[in-house]
Design a protein around this ligand. Structure first.
Ligand code: ZN
Length: 491
């Protein structure tokens, strides 16, 4: 019987290929952009109005509000409605305070007595009134964006100039000119391909690369996240299949606010070398002493592998590089002799180090003799006892590259496929907090207590005698369910 071997593959973002939907997405971005610019113009006009009425020195723009220094009164907002000081509120802590509010509203917020504050809420309301829109979350997001955009003029100009000088001196408000959607959490740009920014990483996904599938229609609210705004919210209504008939799963990555699509793709020319009898599981740690805490589920024993000396050197170089890149303080960068174009070389060097780490790991797993493993290398040991490799798969990204986690997660699949060894990249979620005997999940506070003497003691069943890492390695072996060539257990 012929068995197909599949490997799990992830892509960082997903938009199904469909011309009609592409056009809709583009339209949605334009619409959102117009909304942003409309809001900016409105805010800009409002500030100009206030400056004309109360004088330049009495109006200040902050990130969250416009401050007006005055003893009076009322003004007409950009939406044409009259705004006035709310009734002054007696506040024991802050004294007499009041907001600018719509004439028919009630005072619920507080502000300094001598400075009439126009809050972002007031400004959002003006925009919303003009737009006649009910979707207040979008308006709020856009409104906040407008304020940020206006006040960011301050940073572009010299530090001596106040924000308001910069704004009223310009003839035109600082509008967005490209179809780039910004948000507080991230941004994406809509062109014929999609560009997603994940921190400083630019991910480009050509629409043509994406598999066609059926979807319900999108509306603008689907594209502009209702709460977070700016990035896509996809409602998946029916299962999507890739061209091999495998199901595509999407999930939202909380950490980076991008969608991750995983699917299964066939591995060419892959044959299992043996029928598996157990797992050899790894818990990767950021310490030299407990670098790899392993668990052999067949022989039921824990093995600790220390970090080889030469690996430590590269970790240190990487650490220095990352620190140099993260240092945004100009003076300090100059002190370290780091000019802006030097960072490019550092990045290139980091790429080279990544490749080197991958080669080192491949060699380590294949050839490095480990005394605790009966004088065999890890791969030889796995072959001897017919064990699959289970690794806690940390998502590659910022800060996970140190201590070879990235390299291990990338090198192992290739290495295993070449040698016909089953493997699984296990989701590391809760592996350290779960009792490996009874499965009881412990709280972060419990873990803090256990970390003190580095011994796992289960609150529920009393299981003890293992270090935290050893317990985690056992959980990884337990969680490992998928291996190449064998049907995945349904979880
Ligand atoms: Zn337990």
């Amino acid at each position: 019987m012929k068995t197909d071997f599949f490997r799990k593959r992830g892509v960082k973002f997903l938009i199904p290929r469909n011309e009609e939907l592409d056009a809709k997405l583009y339209e949605a971005s334009k619409e959102f952009l117009d909304l942003c610019n409309f809001a900016i113009k409105n805010h800009y006009e409002l500030i100009k109005q206030l400056v004309d009425k109360y004088g330049r020195e009495n109006v200040t723009l902050s990130n969250f509000c416009i401050l007006v220094k005055t003893d009076q009164v009322a003004f007409i907002g950009t939406d044409g409605q009259q705004y006035q000081f709310a009734q002054k509120v007696q506040n024991r802590k802050k004294g007499n305070q009041s907001w600018f509010i719509l004439a028919d509203q009630h005072a619920s917020d507080i502000v300094d007595q001598t400075q009439g504050k126009i809050t972002d809420t007031v400004m959002s309301k003006m925009v919303a009134n003009r737009l006649k829109m009910n979707c207040s979350d979008i308006v709020k997001e856009v409104s906040q964006l407008a304020i940020t955009r206006l006040s960011s003029r301050k940073r572009q100009k010299s530090k001596n100039q106040t924000t308001i000088d910069v704004i009223v001196d310009k003839d035109n408000p600082p509008v967005f000119r490209s179809h780039t959607l910004y948000s507080s959490k991230g941004l994406f740009e809509v062109t014929d391909s999609m560009i997603v920014w994940n921190g400083l990483t630019r991910i480009e996904i050509p629409f043509s690369q994406i598999v066609p599938c059926k979807r319900d229609d999108y509306s603008i609210e689907d594209f502009i996240g209702k709460r977070k705004g700016g990035y896509l919210t996809i409602h998946q209504t029916q299962p999507m299949l890739n061209k091999y008939g495998k199901r595509i799963k999407t999930r939202k990555s909380k950490k980076h606010h991008v969608f991750v699509m995983t699917t299964e793709v066939p591995i060419e020319n892959f044959k299992l070398a043996f029928n598996m009898r157990g797992w050899f599981a790894f818990d990767i740690n950021m310490t030299k002493k407990y670098w790899l805490t392993c668990y052999d589920s067949l022989n039921d024993k824990n093995i600790v592998i220390h970090l080889p000396e030469k690996f430590g050197e590269i970790i240190n170089i990487r650490k220095d590089h990352n620190e140099a890149l993260q240092n945004t303080d100009k003076a300090k960068r100059r002190e370290n002799g780091l000019r802006s174009n030097h960072s490019r070389y550092i990045r290139l060097d980091l790429q080279k180090l990544n490749a080197l780490q991958k080669r080192q790991i491949t060699d380590f797993f294949r050839n490095q003799i480990i005394d605790e493993l009966e004088g065999l290398s890890i791969l030889q040991y796995c072959s001897k006892y017919k064990l699959g490799l289970a690794i806690d798969a940390i998502q590659p990204g910022k800060g996970t590259g140190s201590f070879y986690q990235d390299a291990i997660c990338m090198a192992i699949p290739v290495l295993c496929e070449q040698n016909g060894i089953p493997y699984d990249l296990v989701d590391p979620k809760y592996t350290s907090r779960t009792c490996s005997k009874c499965g009881n999940l412990h709280s972060a506070t419990d873990m803090k207590r256990m970390k003190k003497d580095d011994e796992f003691t289960c609150k529920s069943c009393g299981f003890t005698g293992l270090s935290l890492h050893e317990n985690a390695a056992r959980n990884i072996a337990k969680k490992a369910s998928y291996y190449v060539g064998v049907e995945k257990k349904v979880d």
